[in-house]
Unconditional design. Structure first.
Length: 282
């Protein structure tokens, strides 16, 4: 039987995207959703984290937010191979989120334990002499609130614009489970707490030449393939647009007001295309 063109396009899209997230050379395969995961079927966090485009846009936006904290930036700069292996870093982060959201509870708990072990060895001193440690509960709280807020905002921008506030609060309460298991404190349990926590961190944030260099590396990384170049460029623009205005200003990002609707429309269309492709895999 001749394969229909629409089926072929779906398969090619899914293969390209999975090639980004999974290292086939190491035998990695997509995480299989379990009914015995940390989060049961029907949980809000499964809905949010299951959207490929939203997670990619939100993930980049979260990283741009996180690096505004000097200690978080130092951890990336001093203890990461991101300059040589940005794709590997993104894959590891994406896999951790997938495993802790969907995999068997035991597998999720093992992944959390491994990350905690890694954090024990990530420590150093900032330029002003201040000591930092990746396992510091407050630093972990900053990393978490950036991720949770960015993932949810991306989902609402490109997946569920009219998501009820109660569902948003439920997402933060569910995401808090893994954050606390990693050692983060304080951890927001609702949207209002997340916004208040981010506001309390504002005075500690800074943008330096190193911040700008890391941001350039993130935003200008080569696409995994020629076919994904347009989509990646669109998602990077959407990630910048997703940032709070104060964060864009700190980074020095400029986006003309008239360009924002075009970026949003392009990313929205991309998100719809990705959902169409992955529905064919269900």
């Amino acid at each position: 039987m001749v394969e229909r063109p629409s089926h072929l396009v779906r398969r090619l899209l899914v293969r390209q995207v999975r090639g980004v997230f999974h290292d086939s050379a190491r035998g990695e395969a997509p995480v299989v959703a379990s009914d015995r995961a940390l989060y049961p079927p029907g949980s809000v966090i499964r809905r949010v984290h299951g959207d490929v485009t939203g997670m990619m846009i939100g993930g980049v936006s979260a990283l741009l937010l996180q690096m505004l904290h000097p200690a978080a930036l130092a951890g990336i700069w001093d203890h990461s191979r991101f300059r040589d292996d940005m794709l590997g870093r993104l894959r590891r982060t994406a896999r951790f989120i997938a495993v802790t959201t969907y995999a068997e509870r035991a597998e999720a708990e093992e992944a959390i334990a491994r990350v905690r072990q890694v954090h024990e060895h990530v420590r150093g001193t900032l330029a002003d002499g201040t000591a930092y440690a990746a396992g510091d509960p407050r630093l972990l709280a900053w990393v978490h609130v950036c991720e949770a807020t960015s993932f949810l905002d991306a989902w609402m921008a490109y997946g569920e614009p009219f998501m009820p506030l109660a569902e948003q609060d439920r997402y933060f309460a569910e995401a808090a489970l893994v954050a606390r298991a990693l050692g983060a404190d304080p951890v927001p349990d609702c949207r209002a707490e997340a916004m208040a926590l981010m506001a309390r961190f504002r005075g500690e944030l800074a943008a330096t030449e190193r911040t700008r260099e890391v941001a350039r590396i993130v935003l200008r990384q080569p696409a995994p393939s020629l076919g994904l170049m347009p989509a990646q460029a669109m998602m990077m623009q959407a990630a910048v647009a997703l940032l709070p205005g104060w964060a864009r200003r700190m980074h020095g990002f400029s986006m003309p007001v008239l360009a924002r609707p075009l970026v949003r429309a392009g990313a929205f269309a991309l998100a719809g295309t990705m959902r169409w492709a992955f529905r064919g895999e269900d």
